[in-house]
Design a protein around this ligand. Structure first.
Ligand code: DMJ
Length: 420
């Protein structure tokens, strides 16, 4: 299986090389390149580099690293999304630096970190959504906990590796300021204004817009030994399990609730939400993790591949797209690691078989517009190479491929280790 995953990864990678080399991403149906901000920041090469390293594709590592070192410059008059750029670029550059020892990658991460720092110059210390990489001007004060709270693994590691505390301090303040605004029930909402500190949307869930805020509370405790992060996690997880967890037909799901009243607002579960059971497993709650994996796998099997959003009460698809997302693969890998239960590798085989069957295109891998009809869409996000293929590979590769107990994967699957 590991060999098969690696060979399918290469099908995606070779087509990126052939049709989009030097650009942010490949559009796999039209076989054309795509750049997020009108000019390339080499998103796919940076995001995929540590996957190439882990798969021991040494010639490709050398070629990709050479491209990054010679062509990547962040001195550009463009507004970028701080969250996406942090998890993909700072995360990717730092993990590849730690895996290869190439100091150019650390220098690039530091240069990008410097250019992102102005996002934190709000009255609350919560980051704006966009920053201009050349001028430092910021835009868009309405954001969410995922974007304010998913920065500390990357900025913190940058601090430890450069000896500059401001990266750690600013990202930690953003995490703490988000936490401080939790409701009396202990929940956070999905919209917040960084200038006033007021919630703009009080819907609470573990899904996109909030998800990795929780992930970083626990992982920053593990990576940095930061007691505040552990305490914030311990104070948050009971509320999630009380108000967001939902039992339906004997199955465990996580839905939405109002952060102030705890009243149920939606009975939807998303493909993204499967990250949460990896986090449950990592924090020691294997029982809930196993139950939620069974639910996620059921959602996948309804149409042979999972929809983006699904109503677990009616069992109906709400949004039928599949964006080549990694979360269910990530969770299968974590559960297999912690239990060594062969069932999880069997689940992985089923997931991978479906993934190949429905998403493989002539030139790479394509997202699906609709999991019911299996119609493809012209999209291969960099996280398919950074995360989805990596977690499939790690699920089947020899256990020592990654020293699981001594690395923390950031939310984009970039392994960071405590080398300091
Ligand atoms: C990735 O960019 C990250 O995993 C993020 O935390 C959530 N969404 C995508 C993958 O689905």
């Amino acid at each position: 299986m590991a060999v098969r995953v690696r060979s399918e990864f290469l099908h995606a990678w070779r087509n990126y090389e052939r049709y989009a080399w030097g650009h942010d991403a490949l559009r796999p149906l039209s076989k054309t390149p795509h750049d997020w901000y009108g000019q390339s920041l080499l998103m796919t090469p940076v995001d995929a580099l540590d996957t190439l390293v882990l798969m021991k594709l040494d010639a490709d590592v050398g070629k990709t690293k050479a491209l990054i070192v010679s062509d990547l410059s962040f001195d550009r008059d463009i507004y970028v999304k701080n969250f996406e750029v942090t998890i993909r670029f700072i995360g990717g550059l730092l993990s590849s630096y730690q895996l290869t020892g190439d100091k150019h990658l650390l220098q690039l991460a530091q240069d990008l970190g410097n250019r992102l720092l102005p996002v934190f110059n709000s009255p609350t210390g919560l980051p704006y959504v966009y920053v201009n990489l050349r001028t430092g001007q910021v835009r868009e004060p309405v954001t969410n906990p995922a974007e304010t709270g998913t920065l500390l693994l990357e900025f913190g590691t940058l601090s430890k590796l450069t000896g500059r505390p401001e990266f750690y301090d600013k990202a930690k303040r953003a995490l703490v300021e988000t936490y401080k605004r939790r409701s009396l029930l202990g929940l956070v909402g999905q919209g917040i204004n960084v200038e006033t500190g007021a919630w703009t949307d009080t819907d609470s869930h573990i899904s996109g817009g909030i998800d990795s805020y929780y992930e970083y509370l626990w992982k920053c405790w593990l990576l940095f030994g930061d007691n505040d992060c552990r305490d914030m996690w311990n104070a948050s997880i009971p509320a999630i399990n009380k108000y967001l967890a939902d039992e339906a037909g004997g199955e465990l799901w996580y839905g939405h609730a109002n952060m102030q009243t705890g009243a149920r607002t939606e009975t939807t579960y998303r493909a993204l939400d499967a990250f949460f059971l990896a986090l449950l497993a990592l924090s020691g709650d294997l029982e809930r993790a196993r139950r939620l994996q069974a639910s996620s796998f059921k959602m996948w099997n309804l149409h042979g591949i999972e929809p983006e959003t699904f109503d677990y009460k009616s069992m109906r698809v709400v949004n039928g797209a599949y964006h080549l997302r990694p979360e269910i693969v990530e969770s299968t890998y974590y559960l297999y690691h912690f239990t060594r239960d062969a069932r999880y590798r069997q689940m992985g085989e089923k997931l991978f078989g479906d993934f190949v069957k429905y998403c493989r295109a002539d030139a790479g891998y394509a997202a699906l517009a609709d999991v019911v009809t299996k119609q493809k869409r012209d999209e291969m996000e960099s996280f398919a190479l950074a995360e989805t293929f990596k977690y499939f590979y790690l699920l089947f590769a020899p256990p020592r491929t990654v020293d699981f107990d001594n690395v923390i994967f950031n939310t984009e699957a970039h392994p960071l280790s405590r080398t300091w």
